[in-house]
Design a protein around this ligand. Structure first.
Ligand code: NAD
Length: 284
């Protein structure tokens, strides 16, 4: 499927925004990257340099293409300039409802009528945001996973008002940047991946926090019993333990107890997962 989208703007060059922008540029798109000030853009430049090294080492075609991808990225702190030419704007700003609404309110006035808006939000539904976009028919969620070059799914989820042509266009774009598009037919908090993953990880933690089994044995059970390449505690360590903590601490009573257990036994001891060299496993 080929895409009509040529120019892409990414709002917010943090963890995910930098990856989305860089992956799109790596696949040949001209990408404008917007962030709030020069300090944020300086951080973004460092992220892009790290991505060049990662793609060179890990991604097929990276040795030839990783450095030239940088030439297709234009960084700006001017929102009107960022919006002016975009066929598609992908929003990856912090997960704060009011901030996202305000930003879409500004974009509604700045972007041309043709521009499609897509949110990468993990926990908000596109319905929570659509009214602020001024173009609910050209708005939907396009949700990426961290380490986009390896975990290359893109979940596409519209509202009842999203134009089916826009939906298909965004699916085609996702394919064009090397993603496996996952089409979601109606709104679902957690999309597909987190609908499966969150209860799975919680069940694993119940086994360990409840004293039923060790993390390594739970992982062995899952790997050997199902043929999966990794077990839940290996997944925890890759995600980093703060994110599951933040999800569970806002959950029901049992989830909150699990969050406290995770904090006391791991997070407070500096065991944050792969990023700190130790989580459920040791990496050094
Ligand atoms: P982050 O905190 O790493 O980055 C956010 C970026 O947005 C920062 O560079 C910040 O300077 C910038 N920003 C702040 N206010 C802004 C504004 N008004 N306009 C433009 N930019 C602004 O956050 P992140 O982890 O990249 O998450 C961003 C979005 O992506 C969230 O909606 C999150 O739910 C979603 N997401 C995150 C992950 C993940 O693993 N981190 C995975 C999938 C989706």
């Amino acid at each position: 499927m080929s895409t009509q989208i040529r120019t892409v703007t990414v709002l917010g060059a943090g963890v995910l925004g930098s990856q989305i922008a860089y992956q799109s540029a790596f696949k040949g798109f001209a990408v404008t990257v917007y962030d709030i000030d020069d300090d944020a853009l300086a951080v973004a430049r460092r992220r892009f340099d790290t991505l060049v090294a990662t793609y060179t080492a890990e991604v097929p075609g990276g040795e030839e293409g990783a450095a030239t991808a940088l030439e297709r990225l234009a960084l700006t702190t001017d929102l009107s300039q960022a919006a002016a030419e975009a066929d598609l704007i992908i929003e990856a700003i912090p997960e704060v409802l009011d901030l996202k609404r305000q930003t879409y309110g500004k974009l509604a006035a700045l972007a041309p009528a043709k521009t499609i808006f897509a949110t990468n939000s993990s926990t908000l539904l596109p319905s929570d945001l659509k009214d602020s976009t001024g173009r609910p028919d050209r708005f939907l969620a396009l949700h990426f996973a961290n380490r986009i070059w390896a975990s290359n799914i893109a979940e596409v989820m519209g509202t009842a008002e999203t134009d089916p042509k826009v939906f298909r266009e965004v699916v085609a774009f996702a394919e064009a940047i090397g993603m496996v598009p996952i089409e979601i037919h109606k709104e679902k908090a957690g999309y597909v991946l987190n609908t499966l993953l969150v209860p799975f990880l919680r069940a694993a933690l119940e086994l360990v926090a409840g004293g039923y089994a060790e993390p390594g044995d739970v992982d062995n059970t899952w790997r050997i019993g199902t043929g999966a390449p990794v077990g839940p505690f290996q997944i925890y360590d890759v995600i980093g333990l703060r994110t599951p903590y933040n999800i569970m601490v806002h959950g029901d009573e049992e989830a909150q107890q699990l969050a406290t257990w995770l904090k006391t036994n791991y997070i407070d001891k500096g065991k944050l997962g792969l990023e700190s060299g130790q989580g459920f496993y040791k990496y050094m």
